[in-house]
Design a protein around this ligand. Structure first.
Ligand SMILES: CC(C)(COP(=O)(O)OP(=O)(O)OC[C@H]1O[C@@H](n2cnc3c(N)ncnc32)[C@H](O)[C@@H]1OP(=O)(O)O)[C@@H](O)C(=O)NCCC(=O)NCCS
Length: 134
């Protein structure tokens, strides 16, 4: 049996669940909420996992666009990062990332942050290389 509550079609996360982690007290800002930068770094990590698998090798983040911090993340929330490859270019890839939380002691999940991450496939010298055919 799954430990994740069912979603309706309208509010279901889009993409592949790539990373799950726990929001800890060390990551709070002065409001007592979790730093946006911590959430962003988890999204970058998840996007990098998918981009690297698709590119079959090294990748680098070249741009982060359209970041939307929709709801705060709280200590004790389980952060779930979903990744969808939205675009494959010659050497670059666009990945649509959604961060959702399972709130401590509550059922259901909430979308907290979204963003579009662009990664470039790079060679051993850090120069762009073509993304291989799927
Ligand atoms: C990634 C990097 C190797 C790209 O080198 P570059 O000389 O800019 O390469 P190019 O101009 O040939 O662009 C490569 C691809 O990235 C895309 N790209 C470059 N800048 C972009 C931007 N700001 N937004 C979206 N796409 C971008 C280009 O359109 C191109 O895509 P395509 O081949 O699919 O058409 C270089 O910018 C770099 O090393 N950046 C630092 C990466 C890094 O350290 N990331 C971690 C941040 S701490």
């Amino acid at each position: 049996m799954s430990d994740t509550p069912p979603d309706t079609a309208a509010d279901a996360p889009k993409g592949e669940l790539t990373l799950r982690t726990l929001a800890m007290p060390r990551d709070v800002n002065t409001n007592g909420d979790i730093f946006g930068g911590w959430v962003l770094s988890q999204m970058d990590m998840a996007a990098g996992i998918v981009a690297s698998a698709r590119a079959r090798g090294r990748v680098a983040t070249v741009a982060i666009d359209a970041m939307q911090f929709i709801r705060p993340v709280k200590v004790g929330d389980v952060l779930c990062i979903y990744v969808e490859i939205a675009r494959i270019g010659r050497t670059s890839m666009g990945l649509q990332i959604e961060a959702w939380v399972l709130r401590r002691g509550q059922s259901g999940r909430e979308k907290v942050t979204t963003g579009l991450f662009t990664f470039v496939a790079i060679d051993e010298n850090g120069r762009p290389r073509p993304v291989p055919a799927a």
